[in-house]
Design a protein around this ligand. Structure first.
Ligand code: PHE
Length: 416
């Protein structure tokens, strides 16, 4: 097999059977929308950072901020260090942008948690672009931005007025942490932690995050906690807010698994962690209807967020809305593929690769098994819309035809 290399961020990597990063995706690197002046993602980032700067200890900010970490990470950083099992779905090639088997574009900011802990930090925010293969609609884009955080406390900080309380159960040996098998079978806590310690940390975590959503959305915002599961925290929760008559999930969080702190240090502390998506918050706060607008260079977009007081109420007004154009794409799958084994994310990727950002949505419209031949057929609707002008039907038909041809070759399907 010929040796091929892929260049990402000015570095050459050896390609292998896991390589699925495309030039299109690589072109989004270094956009730094979260740092761009007047950009809505940057405004939300600043509001969140300012909120966390209000936490002080001996006059100094508790949290330090890292918003410039390299998005090219190892599978160790993105998964192994976070106790994500080898067969976990989040590692699938269909969900991530791999440069090769050992290297990928980070799928979450939590990928930097262990390295920052290892460098000696206790309280920090990690902000940046993350990359995931996903469906195509007005709320999904292969690149989005996250704010992640860790706060770890020693027993003296956790229980300042109760020196007799402990973080760890008496059987747990802080000098030899590896001799204790930490389990998560109790829904309230990890077996190594005392109930007092985990509850104090849980209360801090929840208060800090409720404070954050009240700062962003106003003090009357309604919220609820939903039990969740992440391999790297226990217990874990999701925070939802009641927004436009619906419950909207805004973040995942929990108490950091002790194994991570033991491996990366500081091993005699208890920590909380959370991770949130900036796009979803910005879209809700400023009523931005389509995630692709975040990538717009149209002055009609950015000027609406210009020179505003950070906490000013801004409501995005569509410059104008251009019509949608919907074309259907139906095809027969080859005999070796079924409706359930067809790799839909590969398909979305190809559609986006050819159609570019004018593809607003791809939705499965119909699936069908031929009663005689038992062949499977799929029908997708592709919705096209340009954000800055009206598309002509001929123009859309041309792109649609190109997509048909590419899909037929790439997946060995027969267009109907
Ligand atoms: N990394 C998780 C995600 O991307 C969010 C998270 C971060 C959850 C930290 C718990 C703790 O969904």
């Amino acid at each position: 097999k010929a040796l091929t290399t892929v260049n990402v961020n000015g570095k050459a990597f050896e390609a292998d059977d896991y390589t699925n990063i495309t030039p299109k995706i690589a072109s989004y690197l270094n956009s730094n929308l979260h740092l761009k002046k007047n950009h809505p993602l940057s405004l939300v980032r600043q509001r969140i950072v300012n909120y966390f700067y209000t936490f002080r200890y001996a006059g100094n900010p508790e949290f330090s901020v890292y918003d410039n970490l390299n998005p090219v990470v190892s599978t160790k950083q993105n998964f192994d260090d976070l106790l994500i099992p080898l067969d976990h779905v989040s590692r699938a090639k269909s969900d991530c942008y791999y440069i090769n088997r050992g290297t990928l574009l980070r799928a979450h900011m939590t990928a930097h948690q262990s390295e920052l802990l290892r460098s000696g930090l206790n309280n920090f925010l990690m902000i940046g672009d993350v990359y995931r293969r996903d469906e195509i609609d007005s709320t999904h884009f292969p690149v989005f931005h996250q704010v992640d955080a860790v706060r770890s406390l020693h027993k003296e900080r956790l229980f300042p007025n109760q020196p007799d309380l402990e973080i760890f159960e008496p059987q747990y040996d802080t000098k030899n942490p590896f001799t204790f098998k930490n389990t998560i079978s109790d829904p309230m806590k990890q077996s190594c932690h005392t109930l007092e310690a985990t509850k104090v940390m849980e209360t801090q975590l929840k208060n800090h995050l409720i404070g954050m959503v009240k700062t962003l959305f106003g003090k009357d915002i309604k919220h609820r906690w939903v039990d969740a599961y992440f391999p790297f925290t226990h217990p874990s929760w999701e925070l939802e807010i009641f927004y436009e008559n619906k419950w909207m999930e805004v973040l995942g969080c929990g108490i950091v698994r002790n194994e991570i702190l033991v491996n990366a240090g500081p091993s005699n502390t208890i920590a909380y962690a959370f991770g949130l998506g900036l796009e979803r918050l910005a879209m809700a706060l400023y009523k931005i209807p389509d995630i692709r607008l975040m990538w717009s260079n149209d002055s009609g977009f950015l000027t609406q967020f210009e020179n505003k007081d950070l906490d000013a109420k801004i409501t995005y007004k569509p410059v104008s809305s251009y019509p949608q154009c919907t074309n259907d794409l139906s095809f027969w799958l080859p005999e070796n593929l079924s409706i359930d084994t067809f790799m839909s994310n590969d398909f979305y990727e190809l559609v986006r690769g050819i159609g570019g950002d004018i593809v607003e949505q791809v939705k499965l419209k119909d699936k069908f098994v031929h009663p005689k031949t038992k062949k499977h057929s799929l029908c997708y609707s592709i919705v096209y819309r340009h954000l800055e002008r009206t598309l002509t039907q001929e123009e859309v038909n041309r792109i649609h035809k190109d997509i048909e041809v590419a899909v037929a070759t790439a997946f060995n399907v027969v267009i109907r």
